[in-house]
Design a protein around this ligand. Structure first.
Ligand code: NAD
Length: 293
């Protein structure tokens, strides 16, 4: 608790994170390009830093929570950047969501100066940041992960060590790929339901009771394909037939089925490659062929 934390980036996520660190009793020095954002934190008891370098000076832990890679590179290596003052005994934690290869390059450049870094991007929303209930995906050495935990425990209630530095961001990118694409297919399904004359809230309730709403990850995958079981409960060819029904219905209603049109090609190709009579989750094996070559 008598640690000094430098925090750079006080937006929708960084603001509540810094506030929680102040509340936890750390001595927090904050910097943001926006003076308003800084003032909100100083009102709560944080110290005002005039640059990223000043926030990092004398700090035991330095955290960035910035929009994207270029912002992080500029806060670390730019004029008055973190690297000009950070101690080699300090730990640098980037919590921003950025391209993992940029994380790799920042970590390599810092390692050349004997500065330790982990990446710790977050899942969930602003409300969770406010409540200290973020999901945090950490990449870094075991030692640095352990060093970060006493701080991260005030920010999140679910913390995973995903591998070496960069692994947190890689996990975050994979996670977001899924949730972002699911958003689109969810929207298509509910628009299709409405256009077909169904009650939208009832449709939501129906789908929450099936794989549609519960998700393959909570239902079919753990019990089937991840155990190497491709024996059909529900065959690829039957799923492809039902997808055809949905695409015909969407065409007759004149509503979008963009993700369905792409999935149709995958199911058809998988069927042609010999997966037709396997369980529908064998689409995973079909896609995996790409990394086995
Ligand atoms: P935001 O735009 O609200 O805040 C970013 C802050 O960084 C701003 O206050 C801005 O003034 C400041 N800033 C930009 N460049 C700077 C620099 N060089 N030096 C100092 N300050 C600088 O963004 P956010 O919503 O807090 O998101 C931060 C990161 O968290 C992003 O990578 C985002 O993808 C990720 N994230 C956001 C959410 C969410 O729900 N908002 C959820 C999960 C992850």
């Amino acid at each position: 608790k008598n640690q000094i934390i430098g925090m750079v980036g006080l937006g929708a996520m960084g603001g509540p994170i810094a506030a929680n660190l102040v509340k936890a009793g750390f001595s927090v020095k904050v910097f943001d390009l926006s003076d308003d954002a800084v003032s909100k934190l100083t009102a709560l008891g944080a110290g005002r830093a005039s640059s990223a370098a000043e926030a990092a000076r004398d700090a035991n832990v330095v955290i960035t929570m910035l929009p994207n890679g270029p912002h992080v590179e500029s806060a670390v290596f730019g004029e008055n950047g973190i690297v000009t003052t950070i101690s080699t005994d300090a730990l640098y934690i980037d919590m921003s969501t950025i391209q993992p290869q940029v994380t790799d390059s920042i970590a390599t450049r810092l390692a050349e100066k004997n500065i330790s870094m982990i990446d710790a991007p977050v899942g969930r929303q602003t409300q969770h940041a406010i409540e200290g209930k973020l999901l945090i995906m950490v990449g870094g050495s075991e030692d640095n992960f352990k060093r970060a935990l006493p701080v991260l425990n005030f920010l999140g209630d679910t913390i995973y060590h995903c591998g070496d530095v960069g692994a947190g961001g890689r996990m975050k990118v994979v996670n977001n790929y899924m949730s972002i694409v699911l958003n689109q297919v969810t929207a298509e399904a509910l628009v299709m339901a409405e256009a077909a004359g169904l009650d939208v809230s009832q449709s939501l309730e129906v789908m929450r009771g099936t794989v549609a709403g519960q998700g393959h990850m909570s239902t079919t995958y753990p019990s089937k394909v991840l155990k190497g079981d491709t024996e059909p409960g529900f065959m690829v060819d039957l799923a492809n037939k039902d997808l055809g029904l949905a695409l015909e219905m969407s065409a007759s209603l004149g509503v979008p089925a963009f993700t369905g049109a792409v999935a149709r090609q995958v199911y058809s190709l998988a069927s042609r490659e010999g997966f037709g009579r396997q369980d529908w989750t064998a689409l995973y094996q079909y896609n995996r062929l790409c990394i086995q070559k």
